[in-house]
Design a protein around this ligand. Structure first.
Ligand code: PEP
Length: 250
């Protein structure tokens, strides 16, 4: 179902107590009922933050990664079933930091997406181009390939459970945001691709988030675009009042 979503990606930040305080402050803040809020938290925080959001209206928790295998000898990794077993419903997959620092490619991420879905999780699938690709004008082709490769072999039922996050890598953590027009162009293209693969109704029901230096000051103009359904927010999600401003821009 297409929803307005504000998802925070805490990355490898916060100790447990300040993570819990952050989640609590957002829960207690003024926020509209129609916005779905997701906290993407470190693995050590999952069960704790999940306990805080469990009974909250429209607030959820996400893992930041899972392994592609169901279980086994993968020291240091976390299985999708383990995430689901504590009641967490979302997992961020394919973040550019995972692609860059941990060598994840579309084929591997496609496997993770399937395993997450098989265990009842909703993947938040990240895609986006680096600066040289944008400068070469091949950003649409690259993002199309990322989406096709990782998502388009899913059944319609499974695809409907996926949230897409378009995150131009040049905008992540840099303070440089895509313009509303740049975001809209890509989001529109992604929705057109979904129409081609699954039909208009699935495309209309898919939430497509923008990520890359979203802040309180630029959220409203990005979210005003017809195909931008919310944001995946890094740095600004670590500050409750800034994140609440973003939530209230939806
Ligand atoms: C992210 O980590 O997904 C992200 C978009 O980070 P930031 O908002 O800090 O650019």
């Amino acid at each position: 179902m297409r929803r307005k979503i504000a998802a925070g990606n805490w990355k490898m930040n916060t100790q447990i107590q300040n993570g819990l305080d952050l989640a609590q402050a957002v829960l207690e803040g003024e926020r509209p009922n129609h916005v779905h809020i997701i906290f993407g938290v470190p693995a050590t925080h999952l069960a704790h933050v999940q306990a805080v959001v469990r009974n909250a209206n429209q607030v959820f928790c996400a893992a930041q990664n899972c392994h592609q295998a169901e279980s086994g000898a993968y020291t240091g990794e976390i299985a999708a079933s383990m995430i689901a077993a504590i009641g967490v419903q979302y997992v961020i997959l394919g973040h550019s930091e995972r692609r860059d620092y941990f060598g994840e490619n579309d084929q591997l991420i496609a496997k993770k997406v399937k395993t997450a879905l098989a265990n009842g999780l909703h993947p938040i699938y990240c895609c986006g181009e680096k600066l040289p690709v944008r400068e070469a004008g091949t950003h649409i082709a690259l993002v199309s390939e990322q989406i096709e490769e990782a998502l388009f072999s899913l059944s319609e039922d499974d695809f409907r459970k996926v949230i897409i996050a378009y995150e131009p890598v040049w905008a992540i953590g840099t303070g440089v945001t895509a313009s509303p027009e740049q975001a809209q162009e890509m989001h529109y293209t992604i929705r057109q691709m979904i129409t081609g693969a699954y039909g208009q109704s699935v495309a209309n029901d898919t939430s497509i988030l923008y990520g890359g230096s979203v802040k309180g000051a630029n959220a409203a103009e990005l979210f005003a675009q017809p195909d931008v359904d919310g944001g995946l927010v890094g740095g600004a999600a670590l500050n409750a009042s800034e994140f609440l401003t973003i939530i209230n821009a939806l």
